[in-house]
Design a protein around this ligand. Sequence first.
Ligand SMILES: Cc1ncc(COP(=O)(O)O)c(C=O)c1O
Length: 416
Amino acid sequence: MYIAGQEEIDAIARVIRDKALFRYGVGGECDRFEARYAAFVGTRHFALAASGSNALAAALIAAGLGPGDEVIIPAHTYMATATSVLAAGAIPVIVDIDESLTIDPEAVEEAIGPRTKAVIPVHMWGTACNMDAIMTVAARHKLIVIEDACQGVGGAYDGRKFGSIGLLGCFSFNYYKNMSCGEGGGVAVNDDVLAERVRCAIDPCHFYWQGRSDAAQPFSSNGARASELMGAMLNVQLDRIDGMVSAMRRERDLILQRTGSLDNLGLKPTPLNSPKDDCATQVLYTLPSADQAENFSRLFPSVIAGKTGRHNYTEWDQVLQGAGAAHAALNPYNLPQNAECRKTYSKDMCARSLEILNRTVMVATHPLHSDQEIEDTIHNIGTAARVALAGLPAEEADLRAAAPVETQKFDLKVTA
Ligand SMILES: Cc1ncc(COP(=O)(O)O)c(C=O)c1O
């Protein structure tokens, strides 16, 4: 979610004026952000990268995952969760989500085979995965847990920040995320050696600038270094995140409370694993059928989770087609070490997920929504539900026009 103002412009202008765009030696913004964000998440380390995709790949590589390993991922996530597994040379095994739109811990346990080494729970739409259940399954089967918190910046599960519960946690700061510097990402981790391996995976030459211990041997990897422009912008964005998330939680809770009576028409709040602490970037409703979800979202501009175009496994062409790398000899699907991994996919393999996704609608919250805009949303949800689910004649629907949210006011300040 793009919210940026004069503070970001000033911070970036300072970096440009100082000619200090490189993070090592001349800068200081990335170092400062890494220390602050690690403290914010509650881990010993945080390593910035050029994107969330790079962060995920670095986390998998640092954890030692590679050819011969299966990594369980959910059917509903951005495709980078899957492609990062392939970037490490391992094979993604796709399993069902449950009504919370996050990975179903039972599906994880059922999918574990002799080659399974890790699981990536994804805190989709800023909501929480059922981390207690996932950590229990993971401990029982000795799986590594890497949290994909790319959509969950600022959120937490039961008091613990997303990204601090598994062995490693990955974040994105791209244009659409709760904190943004255009593109960016990073990895949160406690273990010192793992942190060094993450830094090596992000920038194989980082030892030159940051030194290294004997415990972490360097290895070759592709560069994904962050710039000081990113660090400068993120340092400003971090000051706002708590205020933004609490505004979104307030809006989500108010909408859910005021639309609670529509439950008996079929507009059921989606079950959430940690509503008190998650990001609340969306108000989620689970409807009785896909047809009703379509009818509802036609009247009230909302997104059907199954129709986002890129967050469901059915859209991940490279994965479904076994195109795991540009070069055939590097394609994890062709590697002899992966011969015993499960790598057959089909568009209907997670039919249960598709069924849930096609009847879940999402209404976006926004920290800058005014009380009047929230009132209008509540009114429109009620009207759309009565037409779509209770047969109120469409001509009687008095829907209010929604105003576009102004996110580029330079006097902007969102405080905790
Ligand atoms: C769940 C999830 N994982 C990973 C990513 C990848 O992040 P990036 O776009 O910064 O590479 C995204 C980005 O949309 C995402 O939503």
